[in-house]
Design a binder for this molecule. Structure first.
Ligand code: KG4
Ligand code: ZN
Length: 369
């Protein structure tokens, strides 16, 4: 029986390795490369590759050492094959193949988004489970820096996208708008922190005008800020964030030199529009389909406002929520890759030949590996 799984993720700007036992995380090393990319205002693929190459051996060794098991105890190696940056993915895949040959252990290629999908089932060291209690059908809500999608999950490996962004991802939009108001890179997290601090000081109203929806923020001085909620009247389950970025840029431009108060208010009005778009579509989906649970994953689920609004929707439809037990597991990490690998191996009896494993940069959640 498979017990210990080593996971490796080098899909973007984190060189991460983890060892899990069942759904329990024994170690999860995830050094970020932010300091390499921040001066360029985004992830630079060639720099990401270089940093992965410099770190991968040390990160894998550290993950094994911290787990308390020996290298030889590893039963399965799970590695992200996509989606992600091609030249970054290659580094993790090469390492997984080398280890597989050295330890004579099987490898499984994992879809990074399937990792996010199952991230809510990971547990801290105090518990240990091998019988996974997955309820089907469930709805995956995945919001990250590269993806924003609603996924109907009718079994392990049985995924169907029922809605997704038509352009930018939600996290990407947070980062771009944060940059417009000078919050640096990646600024999504900072923007949401400012919004959290200021939300209690302002009044928010939702307006319907010319068949479109808007968020209107009024601050204590009576000053108003208006942004659209894109796609709110499209009638389908898709999302769009690039129009919000453009509307945000024009709003910022119309204000001239920004005061400190402007920045705090802009954070709230932006966050409200971006998150309410997701909530509005979630509500539409749950009116139409019935799911047992909502599985939440991706870096944007570190956002407090998103979490509190999703909780309200879950309550409205009496649904249970599965989400990462701590914020650091919402973003990219190798524990979720190890777990998705374990689930696929134990339930679908999947492993891959070494020559079958290659990078698939634009892999979709509903493509079977
Ligand atoms: O899942 P993730 O770590 O990487 C991808 O697979 O893309 O997600 C990273 C994204 C970034 O765009 C980041 O700005 C966003 O998640 N993010 C947030 C927050 N924390 C991270 N977005 C909104 N609010 C936050 N608190
Ligand atoms: Zn991710």
């Amino acid at each position: 029986m498979i017990m210990y799984v080593l996971g490796i993720d080098t899909s973007c700007d984190e060189t991460s390795a983890s060892v899990i036992k069942g759904s329990t995380i024994l170690s999860n090393v995830m050094p970020s490369q932010i300091e390499f990319h921040s001066r360029y205002g985004g992830v630079v693929p060639s720099l990401a590759k270089l940093a992965h190459q410099q770190r991968i051996d040390g990160v894998v060794d550290l993950a094994i050492r911290r787990s308390g098991i020996g290298k030889k105890d590893i039963d399965l190696i799970a590695v992200t094959v996509g989606p992600g940056l091609a030249i970054a993915l290659e580094v993790g895949i090469k390492k997984a193949k080398e280890l597989s040959k050295e330890l004579k252990k099987p490898v499984i290629g994992v879809n990074h988004m399937e990792g996010h999908l199952f991230s809510g089932f990971l547990e801290p060291k105090t518990s240990f489970q091998t019988n996974f209690d997955f309820k089907f059908p469930s709805l995956g809500v995945l919001c990250s820096g590269g993806h924003s999608e609603f996924v109907s999950v009718s079994g392990v490996g049985e995924y169907k996208k029922i809605g997704e962004t038509l352009d930018d991802a939600c996290g990407e939009c947070f980062d771009k708008c944060a940059r417009i108001i000078g919050l640096g890179y990646p600024g999504g997290k900072v923007l949401s922190k400012f919004a959290d601090i200021n939300r209690i000081n302002v009044e928010i109203k939702f307006l319907n005008k010319n068949n479109s929806k808007y968020v209107l923020l009024k601050n204590r001085l009576g000053r108003e800020y208006l942004l659209p909620i894109p796609m709110a009247t499209s009638g389908d389950f898709n999302l769009s964030f690039s129009g919000l970025k453009t509307a945000f840029a024009s709003l910022v431009q119309s204000l001239g030199v920004l005061t400190r108060e402007d920045i705090y208010d802009l954070c709230v009005v932006f966050e409200t529009s971006a998150i309410q778009q997701i909530i509005f579509k979630l509500d539409l989906i749950l009116q139409k389909y019935s799911f047992k649970e909502m599985w939440l994953g991706g870096g944007v689920f570190a956002n407090n406002y998103l979490n509190s609004e999703v909780r309200k929707i879950a309550k409205k439809y009496s649904m249970a929520i599965k989400k990462p037990y701590k914020k650091s597991l919402t973003g990219d990490n190798a524990a979720m890759i190890a777990f998705a690998g374990l689930v696929n191996h134990s339930i679908l009896q999947k492993t891959h030949n070494l020559d079958q494993i290659d990078r698939i940069p634009s892999l979709e959640i509903d493509e079977f590996l």
